[in-house]
Ligand binder design. Structure first.
Ligand SMILES: [Zn+2]
Length: 285
């Protein structure tokens, strides 16, 4: 008899990727619990090693040319040890996964600098590919309690069933966001470096974290009268405009939407939200 799976109550992807974690200690405990549970669950099943090559949404730009092809590899025992050693925060685990599991982006080997340059969405897509290379395409859930009717559900979720956002034009790096009173902000999408800067704000002040993102990603604001402010202080933007810009950055970021996965439970007919966390993706380790 398998114990019911208790989903970890944290999420390090998608909408909240910029926000860090409510409680890193708790998250780690949840991760460890899940990782331990399935440690001896058996040999990984590799569906198709040919899937180690993916095309990123944005990729990297070198001398005016864009490179989107990336190669990942299956994680080994040595990687598992390195990831366990990274253990104190989900962000460090994520970073270690990227540095070890990604071989190349374009013609360049993965390193810290390259990882920091990638859009958050490309990083999350790479982690999905590493998961596929290591444990296969299917996430298996057993004895998952339905939040609506309580019945225990067995569920197989192929990775490609997770909602995915594409960039309409991968080479467009700046976007205009309409603000109040006829103004408009020109912004760029957040990268790994931006994410690291936000997570470096340790006091858990969400407004400060928002300011950090805005300070980095808002390139200029044009008022209705045509005057332009380059790199405006994030604290000088109105609360409403800040919200509008942050929502745009979240909605436009490409890649897998791990937090948005839902399924319809046959028995009760209800749509159930099942956020796919890092711990769920890699619980076979
Ligand atoms: Zn149900």
């Amino acid at each position: 008899m398998t114990e019911p799976v208790v989903l970890p109550n944290f999420e390090s992807f998608g909408d909240q990727a910029l926000k860090g974690l409510e409680s890193p200690e708790e998250a780690t405990a949840a991760t460890q619990a899940l990782l331990k549970e399935d440690r001896n669950a058996g040999e990984p099943v590799i569906d198709d090693p040919g899937q180690n090559h993916i095309t990123l949404e944005r990729g990297i730009c070198r001398e005016g040319a864009w490179y989107r092809e990336a190669e990942v590899r299956e994680l080994t025992g040595a990687d598992e040890e390195a990831i366990a050693a990274a253990g104190s925060s989900s962000y460090k685990v994520f970073e270690t996964l990227l540095l070890r599991g990604v071989r190349t982006v374009g013609h360049e080997f993965m390193d810290r600098k390259l990882a920091s340059e990638l859009l958050i969405g490309d990083r999350e897509f790479l982690v999905m590919a590493i998961r596929r290379a290591t444990f296969g395409n299917d996430l298996e859930f057993e004895q998952l309690p339905c939040p609506d009717c309580g019945e225990l559900v067995d569920l197989t979720v192929p990775l490609d069933a997770i909602p995915f956002t594409h960039l309409p034009d991968p080479e467009q790096t700046e976007y205009d966001v309409p603000l109040r009173r006829g103004a408009a902000a020109t912004v760029r999408l957040p990268t790994g470096a931006d994410q690291a800067a936000v997570l470096a704000i340790k006091d858990g002040n969400g407004a400060k974290q928002d300011s950090e993102v805005l300070g980095r990603c808002v390139l200029r604001v044009r008022q209705a009268d045509g005057s332009v402010t380059k790199r405006p202080a994030a604290t000088s933007l109105s609360m409403s405009d800040r919200k509008t810009i942050l929502k745009f950055l979240t909605d436009t970021q490409p890649g897998p939407r791990y937090a948005d996965f839902t399924f319809v439970h046959d028995t009760c007919g209800k749509e159930v939200t099942l956020p796919i966390s890092l711990a769920v993706l890699f619980r076979g380790m």
